[in-house]
Design a protein around this ligand. Structure first.
Ligand code: GLA
Length: 352
């Protein structure tokens, strides 16, 4: 049996993980695990706008440089996450010297400048870019159903995260910010895959249809979207494999590709509050879920629909799920345990 994950999946898709410069420097075991099993990297935080461009006219590239250097040294590809997001954008970008919100024109030119600057430095090293992250509203209207799929007479046939939903991008630039970001990104990253990324697309059918409508609408306007990114922060109960498969096929029917950008499989229902005992049965239940989902991924890759799969982290020790949605409750959502040992979930996806 070939025990290197990325080698095992070479004929299907790249297998990636989210990392950061501190983990690669201070956790040698984790670094070895990354080198052994993955051929695609993404930064968990260090390539977000708040890290790269925290102050006006001051770009901080050193951590991104390190990550990309590491990836290149080990023949791994690198994804940029993310150019535009309502979270982790620096506050100054939306404000003038008096602290008031800037005009649409000013924000648009700042966005263009930012995207061009990042592209100039990194486009040749970055194979894939999350251009817009999480632009769809969670307050979905119930009238979005399969019959209501794409109505061209609607301006934006999908409820977007607006000012009330904390998006200052939307509040200042309106829905155009999505289209603008993709057009700037195409100029800045002429050869990279451009991705629109969001969560719960596989879990909430209305949100999935909203994304379908949005992407269809934008493609018909000539907006350069190559791929839909499914974050896939899921759990051992939801969604079903059928829902995941249906989601990938729905987006692929638009002629775009699908990638899985931030996968982890919690052992908790989102509403669970108590901590569980981590029994072998629970590890096995999780392994079974991973196994079935990766079978689906392989099928979808063979159909030409699915390109890459990335895990949101390497070992359980540093998972964000140890703090979310319940603070300080450890979770075990990844393929390697807190000591970097492969878990049943790992064996379940490599042993086929
Ligand atoms: C979202 C974002 C990621 C990350 C995770 C939580 O999915 O896209 O960048 O912040 O939440 O860690």
């Amino acid at each position: 049996m070939n025990n290197q994950l990325y080698k095992k999946y070479e004929s299907f898709f790249r297998v990636g993980a989210a990392v950061n410069t501190f983990l690669l420097k201070f956790d040698k075991k984790l670094k070895n695990t990354v080198e052994e099993h993955f051929n695609l990297l993404v930064a968990d935080n260090e390539t977000k706008m708040a890290y790269i461009y925290p102050k006006k006219n001051k770009f901080y590239f050193s951590r991104a440089d390190k990550l990309i250097k590491f990836a290149r040294k080990h023949n791994m590809d690198f994804r940029w996450h993310t150019l535009v997001w309502h979270n982790q954008s620096p506050d100054w970008i939306f404000k003038d010297e008096k602290g008031d919100l800037v005009s649409k024109e000013v924000l648009e030119s700042r966005l263009e400048e930012y995207i061009m600057k990042v592209g100039q430095r990194y486009s040749q090293f970055v194979t894939s870019v999350d251009v817009v992250n999480e632009c769809i509203s969670d307050k979905l209207p119930f009238e979005i159903n399969k019959e209501a799929l794409f109505k061209p007479e609607n301006q934006i046939p999908c409820p977007l995260r607006d000012g009330e939903n904390h998006s200052l991008w939307y509040k200042i630039m309106g829905p155009d910010y999505i289209e603008k970001a993709f057009r700037f990104a195409r100029k800045a990253f002429p050869n990279s895959e451009l991705v629109i990324n969001d969560y719960n697309l596989e879990t909430i059918p209305q949100k999935r249809l909203g994304m379908y409508n949005l992407v269809k609408h934008l493609l018909e306007k000539g907006v350069p979207i190559d791929t839909v990114g499914l974050q896939m922060h899921i759990d051992i109960y939801h969604p079903s494999v059928e829902m995941i498969e249906e989601t990938i096929e729905l987006f692929a029917s638009l002629g775009v590709k699908v990638i899985v950008t931030e996968m982890d499989v919690s052992v908790y229902n989102f509403t669970d509050k108590e901590k569980k005992e981590y029994t072998p049965e629970l590890y096995n239940q999780q392994a079974q879920k991973y196994k079935e989902i990766f079978e689906c991924f392989r099928r979808q890759s063979e159909k030409g629909n699915l390109k890459d799969v990335l895990l949101w982290g390497v070992t359980d020790k540093y998972s964000w799920k140890n703090h979310f949605p319940v603070p300080n409750r450890t979770d075990i959502p990844l393929l390697f345990d807190e000591k970097n040992n492969p878990k049943p979930a790992f064996y379940s996806i490599i042993d086929f």
